[in-house]
Ligand binder design. Sequence first.
Ligand SMILES: [Zn+2]
Ligand SMILES: [Zn+2]
Length: 141
Amino acid sequence: MSKQDKTGQCLCGAVKYEGLGERGRVHLCHCPDCVRWIGGPFMGLLFADGVTVADPAAVNWYQSSDWGERGSCRTCGTALFWRLRDNHRTTIVTAGSLDRNDALEPIEEHIFIDRKPPWYEFADDAPRLTAAEFMARMQGQ
Ligand SMILES: [Zn+2]
Ligand SMILES: [Zn+2]
C-alpha cells in the first residue's frame, strides 16, 4: 500500500492527514448522531497506528459523547474524524476524505443497524450489528 493510499484532506485543503500503519476496511455507522453529523451514515475506517494531521489547529474537535469526539475542518466544515477521547490512536477517518477513496475494499460491516433511518438501504451483504450487539462487543474487548 503506497503512501497515497493513506492520505486525505478536507474540501478546502486546510486539513491534510496521513494514516499510520495498516489501513482497515470501511465501516458504516447508522446511529442518529452520525446521520445528523454527516447527513447520512458515517462511512469510516481505522488505521492501525493512528493518524497524523499536518496542522492540528485547523481541526475543530467536538465532544459528541462521553467517550468520543468528532473532528471537522474549522474553515470548510468537512467531517473528517471520529476518535476515542482517551485514546487518540483510535481515530476513524471518513472514507470519502481519503485522496484515493475510489480504491477502497468493499464494506466490512454496518453498526447500529437497528437505528438506521428507514429511507435508505445498502445492497452489500456485509454483517449488520445492532446497537446492543456492537456495544456488547466493545465491552468485551
Ligand atoms: Zn477545510
Ligand atoms: Zn454513529
